[in-house]
Design a binder for this molecule. Structure first.
Ligand code: NI
Length: 395
């Protein structure tokens, strides 16, 4: 099948893909709670006559197609939503208060189901195996790590893996990625700075953690700007501060949250170490104590295999036109697709969804995030062609 044909077939089932996407969009579920989502994926695979294993990684689904006689490639979609209250005006907006598909994972799941349907139609041509990875908990839960630990890349062994992410920084009809490191290593920061509460009129009888916190935050900003090599990107952001309720009370402690990111694991660990050292020393200079944690998983950087990106780039060029495929600089966002590319060569590609007329250029993780659904058949076609052509190449 040519890429053009794949796009025709995907366009022919666009309404089916969009309808699945909207059903998912109405019922967003956050990490490891993807119960309805997982059921929808299983029901759809049942309808298509595609075999699968479930549960895998708690709420994930692993489907497969082909005659098993040859190489194996994997296509991956994430299924989880975010704890954000949706503020768009679309008529299929989230029905669940405080939860929203604000990172487009509903689209990822729907595009992969579209690919499953088209691949099933051509199963007799698949000499080898195509695995379909529907994973939970991309947003901070390291679902990809759990999927790999539960063996989705083995038996048969996956030789190449491909994933897509909708990308509001690119226009509909464009795609992009890069060879090597594409997305950052990232970790979550949690910190509590404790002093001694008291009456704000008598600061000498208290130990003020708010004042110490101000010094700590300012000092942390010297790590990236003064200590790190300017050519070696890093981010230290404090994003949340909570302390006190009254204007005349010095609170006993301040709770902070933030994120630390780098383009290599080594640099991430170094940044964490410096955050610990500086926060501890500065807090202590102000007579406060500090507890610092990097809870959850440190996501590794997402590193694209250069040959696999070359391959995907060519396919995307056939589909969208060569000038529509961009080599884009690394982004400091994190992505747990990294856990797969640590094990097998793969490629993660950004799929453009920005369309000024439709107002879809708003960034992911925003309550007004929207997707140009015209991009969905393009993603489906890319999945299909990646699987079929990569299997041919590996044979
Ligand atoms: Ni995402």
């Amino acid at each position: 099948m040519t890429t053009e044909q794949a796009h025709e077939h995907a366009t022919a089932i666009k309404d089916w893909i969009v309808e699945i996407r909207r059903r998912l969009h109405r019922r967003p579920e956050v990490m490891y709670e993807e119960v309805e989502t997982s059921a929808l994926v299983r029901d759809t695979l049942d309808e298509l006559g595609i075999e699968y294993r479930s549960p895998v990684a708690r709420t994930g689904v692993l489907g497969w197609l082909g005659d098993g006689n040859g190489p194996c490639v994997a296509l991956r979609a994430d299924m989880d939503a975010l704890p954000i209250h949706e503020e768009t005006e679309v008529d299929f907006r989230s029905e669940i208060d405080g939860k929203m598909h604000a990172c487009g994972h509903d689209c990822h799941t729907a595009m992969l189901l579209g690919a499953a349907r088209l691949l099933k139609d051509r199963e007799s041509e698949i000499h080898g195996t195509v695995k379909l990875l529907f994973q939970p908990a991309e947003e901070g839960g390291a679902g990809g790590k759990l999927m790999t630990e539960e063996g989705v890349l083995e038996n048969p062994a996956v030789e190449r893996i491909f994933g897509l992410h909708v990308w509001p920084e690119l226009n509909t009809g464009e795609a992009g990625s890069r060879a090597g490191t594409f997305l950052a290593a990232s970790s979550t920061l949690r910190m509590t700075i404790s002093g001694k509460g008291g009456h704000a009129a008598m600061p000498h009888l208290a130990i003020d953690p708010v004042q110490a916190t101000a010094q700590v935050i300012t000092s942390l900003q010297s790590i990236v700007s003064r200590e790190a090599d300017p050519l070696n990107s890093g981010v230290v952001s404090i994003t949340s501060i909570h302390a006190g309720e009254a204007s005349n009370v010095i609170p006993p402690e301040v709770a902070l949250r933030g994120t630390v990111r780098a383009l290599t694991m080594e640099n991430l660990l170094w940044l964490q170490e410096r955050v610990r050292e500086i926060a501890t020393a500065v807090a202590s200079a102000h007579r406060c104590e500090v507890v610092i944690e990097f809870p959850g998983n440190d996501y590794p950087p997402t590193v694209n295999d250069p040959q696999t990106w070359d391959f995907a780039r060519r396919l995307a060029g056939d589909l969208l036109g060569e000038e529509q495929v961009k080599e884009i600089p690394p982004v400091m966002g994190g992505e747990d697709f990294a856990y797969y590319t640590e094990k097998v060569p793969g490629c993660f590609v950004a799929l453009g969804i920005a369309n000024e007329e439709k107002g879809t250029g708003i960034s992911v993780h925003h309550p007004r995030f929207k997707v140009d659904e015209d991009a969905l058949p393009m993603g489906t076609a890319l999945h299909v062609q990646f699987a079929l052509e990569m299997l041919d190449q590996l044979r």
